[in-house]
Design a protein around this ligand. Sequence first.
Ligand code: LER
Ligand code: MN
Length: 272
Amino acid sequence: MIKTAITVSLVAQAKGGPFVYWDGLDAAATSAARLGFDAIEIFAPSAASIDRPALHTLLKKHGLVVAAFGTGGGWLVHKWHLTHADPEIRRQAREFIRAIIDLGGEFKAPAIIGSMQGKAEGDVTREQALTWLAEALEDLGAHAKQHGVPLLYEALNRYETNLLNRQLDAAKFFETLQTDNVKLLCDLFHMNIEEISNAETLRACGRHVGHVHFADSNRRAIGFGHTEAAPVIAALQSLGFAGYLSGEILPLPDPEAAAAQTIKVIRQHLPR
Ligand code: LER
Ligand code: MN
């Protein structure tokens, strides 16, 4: 069964970014539950910033779970990433993500490596950066496995990284790892820039698909751009995908309307 989620950012530095709710976890959970989402996806400044007992209570109150925790706060707040030239910064990036994996484990939710993958720049060649990325995914993927959750890796478009921009390239990269616990986060916004066909790409990635950022071509809610939802959902169903369609989108025209549009389109294709 495909599940539904919507994003909330607790990171002030992410302002202007593709997250729906911005006014704290309480307000986000109240709105998400009222609209009928299964889960919230949380973008937090750090693992330590989350009040775990309060979050458990909030989720229980609203009948929600956490779909995933983003780790990009490590980049936005500290400018750390996994492929930085400085080994101390690479170490801090890895420990920042490890702490979020442990936080997620407590909620049975995976962590996402998006902007924390970094990019090859300066003296760091792409080959070197990919070697460091593989080492980090190996370590953190195995760490996530101890919690019984995958580690989600997001292939970003060419304007955000020069490492792996296409989903199938990332899936093939995973196959070179010892761990089988790294899964793809397929963000339709990035795919719209890099792939020939969203649906064909998802089918080709098969068992590697772990999570979907359900965004339209312009990063607004699905249906507010020119991406077709039906073939994407049909492809995911043909894979037996049982993860989340998560609305990681701009809060336009306002958070409530963007969230409502997301769930409306999902329910058109996946009636309860
Ligand atoms: C994060 O999920 C994402 O899609 C990135 O574009 C953020 O930099
Ligand atoms: Mn994304």
